[in-house]
Design a protein. Structure first.
Length: 62
């Protein structure tokens, strides 16, 4: 079980670093809102985070 937790933690930190490197502060804020909304079971907060991330991802194509 500890190995699984370690692998999950490394994966999460890797995703966060990638988002921060590629999308900056707005990406981290969107990821944070999405995570908090999911953990708090708040659809409004998680939706705001998801929309922020979606806008950051699709911005170069618009």
């Amino acid at each position: 079980m500890p190995v699984l937790a370690l692998i999950a933690a490394v994966f999460v930190v890797g995703i966060e670093q990638t988002v921060q490197w590629k999308y900056g502060f707005a990406g981290i804020a969107g990821l944070l809102l999405l995570t908090i909304g999911i953990k708090a079971k708040s659809p409004a907060v998680s939706s705001v985070g998801a929309v922020m991330l979606a806008l950051l991802v699709t911005r170069p194509t618009l």
